[in-house]
Design a protein around this ligand. Sequence first.
Ligand code: KIV
Ligand code: ZN
Length: 385
Amino acid sequence: MSQIKMFDTTLRDGEQSPGVNLNKKEKLEIAKQLERLGMDRMEAGFPASSQGDFEAVEAIAKTIKNTSVTGLARTTKADVDTAWKALKYAEEPRLHLFLATSPIHMTYKLKQTPEQVIDNAVSMVRYAREKFPQVEWSAEDASRSDLNFLAQIIEKVIDAGATVINLPDTVGYTTPAEYGEMFRFIRETVPNIDQVELSCHCHNDLGMAVANSITAVENGATQVEGTINGIGERAGNASLEEVAVALHVRSDHYPYSTSLKMDETKRTSDLIAKLTGMYVQANKAVVGRNAFQHEAGIHQDGVLKNKETYEIMTPEMVGVTANTLFLGKHSGRHAFKDRVSELGVDLSDDKLKEAFVKFKQLTDHKKEVTDDDLYTILMEIQTDT
Ligand code: KIV
Ligand code: ZN
């Protein structure tokens, strides 16, 4: 089983979600929870982007000891110097440098020739390595770049001292097969590729970020970048908790593990949702409110007899402790009876039947029947003569 490094960018790419703005205290709180979760690396921010972000990255670099802290920088000396000022206190200061390599970005955004892009990338990696022991270099928009050009620039930035090469699917355009093929090609073509770690970074515009990340791992990526709850620019980034749980639950299929302490997952997700204001959709895999809830009577009956009938993983595994049988209009007698006895109420068969009828009547008006609703029904039943 080989260990895949987990690189969290909730505090940088995640904070780029429209409408999200975290202050220093909030970023620090999230950073501490990411450390508790067992994250290998965290991108604390983009120090040159604002004074506030600089201070947050500096505070995180000074506080976090068990996760390598990194900061983003454009390909300029000023960005690298500012990042160093914020990150020099870290246990293992790490820089994330990026430069676009796709024809559309080089022509219209950078207005540079491919040769100029290579020269700039190489000289800035060399400059960054004078300070930082670890420098990740990202080929922005790698998935829309020419593969031979990509191989050429990667070989040169590795010679200049890059320690991690990241190939982002910046616009969430690639498919699993295509993205996997890019990693396989780079692994097989770049002669010095074994000197570095290879990283994937996927956006979710077509809903394929997690599948793309896992396919990259199957084709040689040793680091996965993403965010908790999948927040991020536009439709977001690969959701790291989904990647970690998928590798774990399907370890019969994937020979990879991660360092994440899975039972810290839900707590991390809740904290990030609360502080960013980006609430998690109810049916989101792993951390959504409904991810472990069963409503249909047939499913509830199955789960009460043997959880594995409808659960491929336990809620406890990811730190979910709430009751998993949802009481609503599709619920059956078995789940109802189970919940009533969990509430510590002992009813005769006749009273239970009566209570069940009232419960079903209530579901015509209410989507979810809560414990408070049940207590009201049970009190009515017990006081009926
Ligand atoms: O998606 C992307 O390309 C990025 C880069 C800064 C690495 O986030
Ligand atoms: Zn990104």
